[in-house]
Ligand binder design. Structure first.
Ligand SMILES: CC(C)(COP(=O)(O)OP(=O)(O)OC[C@H]1O[C@@H](n2cnc3c(N)ncnc32)[C@H](O)[C@@H]1OP(=O)(O)O)[C@@H](O)C(=O)NCCC(=O)NCCS
Length: 325
């Protein structure tokens, strides 16, 4: 049994913050942001919760299927910005959808979150435990972004996207391989220092701005390029493939320069890469499904295509998957 993507969906909150708007908030310029990251604008959630974005993305995916919410068996939400510390955001999504027969939970692997969730759903389907699964990446990163830190605030945005997986007996289609990695030696590269058991919410934590993302961007950048190439090769090799065999590479959208460098080093032409970071910025767990959904809606993907997904996130997690569409 393989797991196959039968639908994709996405949702972006209405409010847009452009680089020009950013110039009014921190000491930066539109040119710097565009040149160093590829970002032009990002979406910002105001009244909506992460589960609202996830719910809208799920409706978008279900719209073109004959599956009703009541038939969904598993819901996984990948997020680092849940509605609340507990319960899981996936349960709010389940309730909103009326997916009463599903079981639902969240996972946190930062920007690799969607890939980790995809691998879990894949395993459930392959084992025969469920016949379908809704895998969602949903984030409101702007809620944990420090708008006094120009090194980080320019790169994050909000959004949600998802895939609906179903089992297939055709071994040559769907998710052919998926590889996950993590390295706990680098947890200091990217963190929200407070709001957990180590440093619960306090006035001091707020005053020190420890409730926001801290990132060593430059070090993270170098590791990202190396690990994305390594894990992608590893995943392709499992299927006796190489970079030349792929039709499309859908990468985590952290920085356009990372995507360009990976493609250059792997010998992948720019037309085979997907760039949505200009409009979405970095939306962590939502970024790969947002880029995939955009590719589907814009007919960049056709039946029989080999798609490489790859991710890199805090800190450190990285992964790749090979999919036959
Ligand atoms: C965050 C990131 C865009 C910063 O770009 P960078 O080129 O590495 O920039 P640096 O942090 O080295 O800073 C270079 C200079 O630009 C300045 N700078 C930083 N942010 C700036 C901004 N928004 N506007 C203008 N100047 C800025 C710095 O102060 C520094 O100035 P200095 O040389 O005078 O000290 C980049 O490091 C990045 O994308 N990293 C990877 C993030 C990632 O993959 N995260 C994991 C997954 S989310």
């Amino acid at each position: 049994m393989n797991a196959k993507i039968v639908a994709t969906g996405s949702y972006l909150p209405k409010k847009i913050l452009t680089n020009k708007d950013m110039e009014k908030i921190v000491d930066t310029t539109d040119e710097w942001i565009l040149q160093r990251t590829g970002i032009k604008e990002r979406h910002i959630a105001e009244e909506e919760a992460t589960s609202d974005l996830a719910y809208e993305a799920s409706l978008d995916a279900l719209r073109n299927t004959n599956i009703t919410p009541n038939e969904i068996e598993l819901i996984i939400v990948a997020t680092v910005t849940p509605d609340k510390p507990l319960p899981a955001t996936a349960l709010f999504v389940q309730e909103k959808l009326g997916a009463d027969k599903a079981f639902a939970f969240d996972i946190n692997a930062a920007c690799s979150g969607f890939m980790y969730a995809l691998s879990i759903a894949n395993a459930y389907i392959k084992s025969g435990a469920v016949k379908n699964a809704l895998v969602i990446g949903a984030e409101e990163l702007t809620k944990i972004t420090d708008y006094k830190d120009r090194g980080t605030c320019i790169i994050f945005g909000d959004g949600a996207a998802c895939v609906l997986l179903e089992s297939t007996e055709d071994e040559d289609e769907g998710i052919l391989d998926i590889r996950l990695h993590s390295d706990g030696h680098y947890t200091d590269l990217m963190q929200v220092p407070a709001m957990g058991s180590v440093e619960p919410c306090s006035k001091e934590a707020i005053d020190n701005r420890d409730i926001y993302i801290k990132m060593k961007g430059n070090e993270t950048f170098k590791l990202a390029v190396r690990h994305i190439i390594g894990v992608s090769k590893e995943s392709l090799k499992q299927k006796n493939m190489d970079f030349k065999d792929i039709d499309l590479m859908v990468s985590h959208q952290a920085n356009k320069r990372i995507i360009d460098l990976v493609a250059k080093k792997a010998g992948i032409s720019p037309e085979k890469t997907v760039v949505t970071i200009d409009r979405h910025a970095n939306t962590a767990a939502a970024s790969i499904p947002l880029a995939l959904d955009w590719s589907v809606k814009n007919k960049k993907v056709k039946k029989g295509d080999t798609i490489l997904l790859n991710s890199f996130g805090a800190s450190l997690t990285w992964s790749a998957a090979v999919i036959k569409w």
